[in-house]
Design a binder for this molecule. Structure first.
Ligand code: TYM
Length: 335
């Protein structure tokens, strides 16, 4: 079997409230990798159900993520867009890898600790095993590169450890590649607009904390206007952003949207007040996001088309995963 050297895999959970962090930290980078890589972009519906999802909403949110992929510029003909539950090999490999990964490894996962909160005993078993399913997502395609935001770094380290332990335990050196994280751009960790020390997230109770991919131009302008900052003008240098989380966040967002570095943005805006900077940022955000949100709306009006894209993608994904999974079965000793 020929091993790929430039296969990209990544995923987004269909849990609603797709936001600017998902776009800048992940989806936008997915688009850029299409020229140089063979890409599989997954809507990870099986990950979503690790916390309760209303079934009708899960289906709608799955279509929404698929629409965001397409609207952002991923070509579903040249590359593969599909939903995770459409390819049973993810779940099958996850079980095998559950038996390779160690409890101690999972106990160190900070995302589980955050999501499970104080009442860990009541979290689903799926939430705990979540990173192993994520490793399976990547390894079932022998993917080599994984574009993600900063918050997924620890999960990718686990995927690398699982790959290596499988290769060692079964004496199949290099069977699973060591997937490489691609954490790219000026906004690898977009923060909440209400609190610059907290990550922008789908589950924050405050709508003002995030710009979503459904927001109108007015919503975007309002959220940026209300974004938490401080009374000082923008600093002249990146060092001057230290200890100013809200300011740092807005400069990072501007930099990512404008394809600039933070230093370049500060060279332009250093010394100006937020009252001046925020409307310019709002205009840029609207200019970049509105075509995508508009196209998403158009696509969402034709769910049949999205479902066809996902089904077609799943067939093509299965064609890659099935032979790799068949080899895993042999390696493990399943007859
Ligand atoms: P999810 O659905 O939480 O987020 C999707 C992608 O968006 C990135 N992201 C952010 N980037 C910058 N700033 C933020 N505030 C921000 N919030 C989210 C995430 O890093 C991610 O890249 N476990 C994954 C989904 C997944 C996956 C995979 C990813 C499942 N299997 C295999 C890669 C490979 C997750 O929950 O992403």
């Amino acid at each position: 079997m020929n091993k790929p050297t430039n296969r990209v895999f990544s995923g987004v959970q269909p849990t609603g409230n797709l936001h600017l962090g998902n776009y800048l930290g992940a989806i936008r980078n997915f688009v850029g990798l299409q020229e140089s890589h063979e890409c599989l972009y997954c809507v990870v519906d099986m990950h979503a159900i690790t916390v309760w999802q209303d079934p009708a909403e899960l289906a709608a949110n799955t279509r929404e993520v698929a629409a965001a992929y397409i609207a952002a510029g991923i070509d579903p003909e040249k590359h593969i867009i599909f939903n995770q539950s459409g390819v049973p090999a993810h779940a099958e490999l996850a079980w095998v890898l559950n038996c390779v990964a160690r409890i101690g490894w999972l106990n160190r996962m900070t995302q589980f600790k955050d999501k499970a909160g104080k009442d860990r005993e009541k979290a689903s078993v799926g939430l705990y095993a979540y990173p192993v399913l994520m490793a399976a997502d990547i390894l079932v395609y022998q993917a080599t590169h994984v574009p993600v935001g900063e918050d997924q770094k620890q999960h990718l380290e686990l995927a690398r450890d699982v790959a290596q332990k499988f290769n060692n335990d079964f004496a199949v050196p290099d069977f699973f590649p060591q997937p490489e994280p691609l954490i790219m751009g000026a906004a690898t960790r977009v923060m909440s607009l209400r609190d610059g020390t907290k990550k922008m997230s789908k589950s924050d109770p405050s709508d003002l904390s995030r710009i979503t991919m459904k927001d109108s131009a007015e919503d975007i302008a309002k959220k940026i206007r209300k974004a938490q900052t401080d009374p000082d003008p923008l600093p002249e240098t990146v060092e001057g952003l230290a200890g100013r989380a809200g300011a740092d966040n807005l400069v990072g967002i501007y930099a990512a949207l404008a394809d600039k570095t933070k230093a370049e943005v500060l060279a332009e805006f250093g010394g100006r007040q937020f009252g001046e900077f925020k409307p310019v940022l709002a205009d840029l955000a609207i200019e970049r996001l509105s075509p995508i949100t508009g196209e998403m709306k158009r696509l969402m009006d034709d769910p049949g088309h999205i479902d066809a894209v996902l089904r077609n993608g799943a067939v093509r994904a299965r064609a890659i995963a099935d032979p790799i999974m068949a080899r895993v079965r042999e390696i493990v000793g399943f007859i």
